[in-house]
Design a protein around this ligand. Structure first.
Ligand code: SAM
Length: 233
């Protein structure tokens, strides 16, 4: 490892300076699903029309194809995700997905080994489960990939909202936008009145985990990569 850092120092210096952070954490779906169920309960959704901002390769757009286990119930699919529920999440019937589309400035092409390797290069050393999750989800993705618009979230937003989604979400993406553009995204979503799920700084100010927000209400705290959730709502 040390030898690679020394031998490839020039490449690594250029690469770190030029690349944006590019991860696609599929285990985040394990704490996204309870948020989507919260949307379904609040808005009596019978089928989801989904838009994801900053979807990277689009693995999380396929959230309904994976399986999930919770203290109060489970959903079948593969791979199956479970984690630590510090407070059990509410479980209710899951509406099907009717449509899905994502937007990302630089989605890796998961049809190619290079695309997958690129995503893996952002996984921290020793986190074998994250690598295994990625491989398992890429297998699902390759069977039937989602549509992804290549572009900037704010620029593409009017077109995407014009499609009439009833579920919009974003995890670990809006933080990379300048504050004014992030605010403009929030204003457009509020104007459209569409259900919105996002990760953000928790209201207690902690930097150690995400706050999960449904329509601006903090419903949970969650470990960044999906290891645990603490349901607050
Ligand atoms: C840290 S990754 C998270 C990906 C995914 N949401 C997840 O949770 O696994 C951030 C993603 O946001 C995208 N992104 C950041 N700023 C963007 C922008 N202004 N417009 C479109 N995509 C953006 C990046 O290309 C990257 O794929």
């Amino acid at each position: 490892m040390r030898a690679a850092l020394v031998d490839e120092a020039d490449f690594l210096r250029d690469w770190l300076a030029s690349e944006r952070v590019q991860t696609n954490e599929v285990r985040r779906c394990w704490w996204l699903l309870p948020c989507f169920l919260e949307v379904a309960r609040r808005r009596s959704v019978d089928a989801f029309d989904c838009v994801e901002f900053g979807c990277s390769g689009g693995l999380n757009l396929l959230w309904d194809r994976y399986g999930y286990e919770y203290a109060n119930g489970s959903f079948s699919g593969a791979p199956t995700f479970a984690g630590e529920e510090r407070t059990p999440v509410p479980v209710s019937p899951l509406p099907p997905v009717r449509s899905r589309i994502g937007v990302d400035a630089a989605p890796p092409d998961l049809n190619t080994d290079d695309g997958v390797r690129y995503l893996k290069s952002f996984v921290w050393v020793g986190q074998e489960q994250r690598l295994a999750d990625l491989d398992a989800a890429v297998t699902v993705w390759r069977r039937d990939p989602p549509d992804i618009v290549v572009g900037d979230i704010l620029d593409e937003l009017p077109e995407l909202l014009g499609r009439g989604p009833n579920l919009v979400w974003s995890t670990a993406a809006l933080d990379y936008m300048p504050r004014e553009r992030r605010q403009a995204v929030h204003d457009l979503i509020a104007e459209a009145g569409v259900a919105y799920v996002e990760t953000g700084r928790p209201l207690d100010g902690s930097h150690d985990y995400y706050g999960l927000f449904v329509d601006g209400d903090e419903v949970a705290h969650a470990e960044f990569h999906g290891a645990w959730v603490d349901w607050l709502a």
